[in-house]
Structures are given as C-alpha cells and as structure tokens.
Design a protein around this ligand. Sequence first.
Ligand code: NAD
Ligand code: MG
Length: 383
Amino acid sequence: MTRSITILGATGSVGASTLDLVRRNPADWRVTALTAHSNVEELAKLAREFGAETAVIADEARYEELKQALAGSDVEPAAGRAALCEAAARPVDIVMAAIVGCAGLGPVMAAIEQGTTIALANKEALVSAGEVMTAAVAKHGATLLPVDSEHNAIFQCLQGGRMEEVRTITLTASGGPLRLVEDLDAVTPEQAIAHPNWDMGAKISVDSATMFNKGLELIEAHHLFPVGLDRIRIVVHPQSVIHSMVEYRDGSTLAQLGPSDMRVPIASCLAWPARMDTPMAPLDLAEIGELTFFKPDEARFPATRLAREAAEAGGAAPAVLNAANEVAVAAFLAGKIKFSRIALMVESVLSENSLPPAPRTLEEVLRVDEDARMRANAIMETA
Ligand code: NAD
Ligand code: MG
C-alpha cells in the first residue's frame, strides 16, 4: 500500500537519508511536500525527482527563483514561514521533521495539530517547547516517533517491558571528535565538524563536539520517556555501536545495536510498527572487536551538566539553553568566537538574573527563544 510522506528539511543530512530510503522503495511512497531553507536548486531537483505535490522554500525572497526552477512541472511552489506550516499541516501518513533548530518548531506544531504521525529528528523543537509540545501531542492524538538514534534505540528497547518497570535509561555518546584533544581553545570549525562516526549537518556536528548534542538529547529523552530525569544516564561509547539502553527492575538491560547510519533509525520510524529493508551490511561484532565505555568528562565538556540543570529548572530554561547554543554555534562556525566560548556563552545567558516565566503556548516559546537569542548576541558583543 502506498503511503504519503512530507519531509521538512528535505535538503539536509536527515532529509537526504530519508529520501534515499524512499528512492529505494518508490512503489511504497507518495511524496506530498518537500521543504528547504534557501537551496532552491536542490529543492527543485528533489521535488521534480519525487513528483512532490508542493515544494516550499523558507526564504521568502527566493519565491520567484523557485517558481522558475519548477516551471513546466506539476510541483506547486510556495515560500515563507506560513507556507512551511501549511505544508506541514497537509494530510499525510507521516511527516519527517528534519529542520535544524528552533526554526522547525512552528511546522512541527502545525503537523501535531493535525494529529499526524511525526518522525522527529528536529530535537531543538522538542527541547524548546517541552511540555507545550507533549501536551499538544496528547490533545490532538498525534504520534511522535523518535528519529534521533539514541531515542529510537530506547523506543525499540521499550517494546521489551513497561515504562513503570524501567529502572534507568542510558544514552550512549560517541564523545565527539574532540574527546582526546587537549587544547579546546585552538579547535577550528573544520576540526569540530569532522565527526569520527557520523556524517551529519554542521550544527549537530558542533553540538557533538561540545557535548551539547547529548545535553539536548537528555532533555529530549526526558520529554519522550517519562521515567524521571534522575534515571537518565549518559555513558561515552566511542564506537557508536550500542545506540542506547534500557534497564528494567529485574536487572535486565536491553540495548539496540547497529551501524552508525541514520537510515537505520529513519527506517524504523518509516516502517513502524513493522520493519523494512535497508542497504546495511550485517553487524559484524568480531570485526568491530571491542566496545569501550567511559564516564563523560563534565569538567572539560560542561554541556551535559548545563542541560541537566536546565531540565531540572524546567519552564523556560531549556528553550533559553537551546537558543543561546544556536547563537553560539553559528558564531563559532562564522569564526567569531572560540570553541570553548560556546559553553561559556550558554552558561552566561542561563545565569543572567531572571529566567522568563514558563511558556504555555507556541507563541510564548518563540518569544523566550527570541529574547534568549538577543541576550546571547548582546553577551557576545560585550565580551
Ligand atoms: P542539516 O543542516 O543537514 O539540514 C537542515 C535542513 O533544515 C535543511 O534542509 C535546511 O534547508 C533546513 N533548514 C535550516 N534552517 C532552516 C530554517 N531557518 N527554516 C526552514 N528550514 C531550515 O541538518 P541535519 O544534520 O539533517 O539535522 C536536522 C535535524 O535532525 C537537527 O535537529 C539535528 O539535531 C537532528 N539530527 C540529525 C542527525 C544527523 O545524523 N544529521 C542525527 C540525529 C538528529
Ligand atoms: Mg543522537
């Protein structure tokens, strides 16, 4: 049976992995909407290839360009933030939410309001909106399937028992490319982006290097799997073979293993609750040889501590942490700040006198996000 899919962030790394699976099983899928930030050429190419109903470019100024690039095809061009939300709200079997950053929150919420099944890669949206998003999911009867490899692993391990019988959840972390690098001040964007195990977009690659990725994932796990923050652990596992684990009260620990390729967790969401083929070679543990584990080094990489504190504080704190991190990562990638200042900037924005009250609506979350960005930019200019 053919199923319909919309991909938000179709030109990115997760978007490309999703489209790769769709391309391998063309008879199974009908593409409804594809969206991108500003890469008109790539978006138009994909929309033509997959015969999408509509292609949306977030950057409104590129509408004419997109219209021309789609001339003579049946793809309907659209542009701007409202068009992005309209595309996300079109009725489909599944929406892949693969925009990077809080920029993806509006479209994800638009999909949730339709009660859709959403494969969620866009962790920043859930971190920022927290209970506002989980309440909307419950209210509209939507389904969130976690794409993030750790959360997808936990989701799979949770099929083996009941949530109330979970003792702990352990998120594995590769430790990123800088785990063993001594001088964090001298790290260049190229070094930070060169992840040893995963091929990903620039922002999440820097997040892996700072460990903010694991910090965001801790908050993400806290919202997806209500076992209590104090029961969610982090362990560094440089081989990225075990993607996460769930320990039950009887002492059984279930783990999910697989290659470091996002097509595996994406396939698990696309086919859920069934399974589908992927082009992965069988797991060869004898070839891998060794799996090792370490405690995270929070003295050198304070991100997981900051995220845990923000999650404990709750309310607006996670949205503030996320926004400050987005500003700091962009500044680092632009060569404006040193690597080690990313965490310092986030900590400064979080510890500035008063946090705003807990947001209760999407608009309030977006206002908290906007204010925290302004404060992060102000801190950057005065330092
Ligand atoms: P990416 O940078 O490769 O792609 C991001 C996509 O979002 C692109 O299509 C881009 O056009 C679009 N986009 C960017 N800014 C936008 C904006 N302001 N408005 C609308 N669209 C915008 O990122 P990625 O690595 O594919 O990651 C996407 C999301 O998935 C992130 O939240 C990331 O944390 C999460 N994730 C990624 C991976 C991975 O392996 N890449 C793994 C786990 C989770
Ligand atoms: Mg992950």
